[in-house]
Design a protein around this ligand. Structure first.
Ligand SMILES: Cc1cc2nc3c(=O)[nH]c(=O)nc-3n(C[C@H](O)[C@H](O)[C@H](O)COP(=O)(O)O)c2cc1C
Length: 189
């Protein structure tokens, strides 16, 4: 009987120990499990501008809505963006020696959506070809004309580094992308 009591007592202690090792209820946020949806949601908290990048491939002009654009170096003037290897537009952008990065104005949300859906959405805007055969879209708040500087393999993307050969910009309000939605820029002052 004592042995039995001892045995039950030991089990209870184990249960108590297990319960004590449960994390305490806390008001601090729990660590988000690393899954694709949660990871994308976390990244979406980083608000960005929105660009359309254009080039001309073997099948003609192509464009893509891109928010991975960033400045890398001021002197020399280098910028980067990342291109998904899964994209049906991969080849023309991965191979492009010349391309243009258009920073979109607040009123160009529909154009951003159009070039996200379709690489040949040029019917939705006014555009011309520059001397290198690169489409230049009208109405952007800034445009950076680039030549290929370097391409780095990076997981499921390529990091494409461009040398800025020429740029133009104008006073207006930028289109913003955050939390999976387009919006505007609001000054705090
Ligand atoms: C706001 C926004 C930003 C995007 N940024 C990128 C990007 O940085 N790199 C990229 O490869 N695709 C980006 N995309 C996805 C492309 O615009 C496009 O939707 C995708 O390439 C479609 O697949 P497809 O090229 O196979 O047609 C972005 C889309 C949106 C709406």
């Amino acid at each position: 009987m004592e042995g039995c009591t001892f045995s039950i007592s030991t089990m209870d202690e184990r249960v108590d120990d297990a319960m004590r090792s449960e994390p305490p209820v806390s008001v601090t946020p729990r660590v988000t499990p690393f899954n694709q949806r949660a990871y994308r949601d976390a990244l979406g908290n980083f608000g960005t501008g929105v660009t359309i990048i254009t080039a001309t491939g073997s099948e003609g002009p192509v464009g893509m809505t891109v928010n991975s654009f960033a400045s890398v170096s001021l002197d020399p003037a280098l910028v980067l963006w990342s291109l998904a290897k899964s994209s049906g537009r991969f080849a023309p952008f991965a191979e492009a020696q010349n391309y243009a990065i258009h920073v979109l104005c607040a009123d160009q949300q529909d154009l951003a959506s159009a070039f996200a859906r379709n690489g040949n959405a040029f019917h939705a805007c006014d555009w011309v070809l520059n001397g290198h055969g690169v489409p230049q879209i009208e109405g952007a708040i800034a445009r950076f004309d680039c030549t290929r500087n370097a391409v780095h393999d990076a997981g499921d993307h390529l990091i494409i580094v461009g040398q800025v050969e020429n740029f133009v910009h104008r006073q207006s309000e930028p289109l913003i992308f955050a939390k999976g939605s387009f919006g505007g820029f609001r000054r705090n002052d």
